[in-house]
Design a protein around this ligand. Structure first.
Ligand SMILES: Nc1nc2nc(S)n(CCO)c2c(=O)[nH]1
Length: 158
């Protein structure tokens, strides 16, 4: 079993229901068990600024799947929640990002773990710190809590 961390985001439709449904569907998948979740945070959009505020949370899962299988399961949940990939960085019903997969470092065309932008994102680090403050982000050698201390725009996450 591997301990993985997933970032969830939504800024379209019934946002709270979208987050709840995504976690329910993830937990139902063979080989995935949701073991812990952060609370939900209201966050200012990063990237395309002219869009609705997001709700973000992070989840810890225990999984027997490979990283590619876990990512495929996450994409199925996005599709089932009618995630339409239209405008890059634009509004979405649900966005699932694979943040950490144990202490693995994966650099493949279709899969980069840890998530390449997670150390720059308050909307990831603040919720993640709540459930994984002492987890080290490879290969940086620094913990989620340490990265969260210095990430910009912490006040954009409430
Ligand atoms: N606050 C916030 N801004 C975002 N910009 C993008 S793209 N996303 C989607 C996640 O990559 C988000 C998000 O989840 N939260």
């Amino acid at each position: 079993m591997t301990r993985a961390f997933i970032g969830l985001g939504t800024n379209l439709g019934e946002r709270t229901a979208n987050l709840k449904e995504a976690l329910t569907r993830l937990d139902r998948q063979e080989g995935i068990r949701v073991v812990r979740v952060s609370r939900i945070y209201e966050t200012k959009p990063v990237g395309l600024l002219e869009q609705p505020d997001f709700l973000n949370r992070c989840a810890e899962v225990e999984t027997s799947l490979s990283p590619a299988e876990l990512l495929a399961a996450m994409l199925r949940v996005e599709r089932d929640l009618h995630r339409v990939r239209t405008i890059r960085w634009g509004p979405r019903t649900i966005d699932l990002d694979l943040l950490l997969m144990g202490d693995q470092v994966i650099r493949e065309p279709s899969l980069t773990v840890p998530h390449p932008r997670m150390t720059e994102r308050a909307f990831v680090l603040i919720p993640l710190k709540e459930i994984a403050s002492d987890v080290v982000i490879p290969p940086t050698g620094r913990t989620v809590g340490q990265w969260a201390e210095e990430v910009p725009d912490r006040d954009h996450v409430r």
